[in-house]
Design a protein around this ligand. Structure first.
Ligand code: ADP
Length: 226
């Protein structure tokens, strides 16, 4: 038996955590049982190499660690979570929601390669995480598509509000822009469900409107699966 897995994906500052929380709250309010996951697991030892990478120990720029090497850091953290935290509930048929997943390697690492090498990288990732490591494939990937200009604005105001500073990914606007272009390619390559976070005028849509769109989509797809 296998469960159902819903993943929230997008570039930094696209609103993943916000939408993830809203969906969790709504499911909880209606009494639906589910398990929530957030990647990377910064508090766990399995994220040691990720913390070294994001903290700049291997170099101050994301490109100082190539796409394949950096992807393995994140993949082992997910493997640890699968073995320790959620395999049992999922294999018993449970519903699992995840803020980021294997999909984040495609978004955040793929852009380190030229566009013509990205399809092979996406296939390598798919093979590594789903086939070789045996992690479950998502039933739905909600890809929050936020233009870089708007996500940078949201990131900076979040940093001001929380008195924090972004990691080597979050402070690098050129890198964020590359991630967005790569994310659009990955969404098409893997068949993710794209949710546009801006309207026709380029204005960021309201948190509630985005939530409703996501809820409607999931109600007509994953939630109806037996
Ligand atoms: P992510 O998890 O993708 O990095 P967050 O969910 O933390 O993004 O959102 C980044 C910031 O933008 C947060 O301060 C959040 O409150 C705000 N935010 C997210 N979505 C919207 C939206 N649609 N409109 C306005 N602000 C938003």
């Amino acid at each position: 038996m296998q469960g159902k897995l819903i993943v929230f994906e997008g570039t930094d500052g696209s609103g993943k955590s916000t939408q993830f929380k809203l969906l969790c709250d709504r499911l909880q309010a209606q009494g639906t049982a589910f398990q929530r996951l957030v990647f990377p697991q910064y508090e766990e030892p399995s994220s040691a190499l990720i913390r070294m990478y994001l903290g700049g120990e291997f170099g101050a720029h994301p490109s100082d660690v190539n796409a394949y090497a950096a992807s393995t850091f994140y993949a082992v953290d997910r493997y640890a979570a699968w073995k320790k935290i959620w395999s049992k509930g999922y294999l018993a048929g449970g519903l699992v929601l995840s803020d980021r997943y294997t999909t984040s390697n495609a978004v955040h690492q793929g852009g380190k390669l030229p566009p013509e090498e990205q399809p092979a990288f996406f296939d390598w990732l798919f093979d590594l995480e789903y086939r070789k490591l045996g992690l479950p494939q998502p039933d739905a990937v909600i890809y929050l598509d936020m233009p870089t200009e708007q996500s940078v604005r949201l990131l900076r105001s979040r940093e001001n509000a929380t008195h924090t500073k972004g990691d080597i990914h979050e402070v690098d606007t050129a890198y964020l822009s590359l991630c967005r272009q790569t994310a659009l390619r990955a969404a098409e390559h893997y068949g993710w469900h794209r949710v546009s976070c801006v309207d026709e005028l380029g204005q960021v849509r309201s948190i509630e409107a985005l939530h409703q769109e996501i809820w409607t989509y999931l109600s007509q797809s994953v939630f109806t699966l037996q």
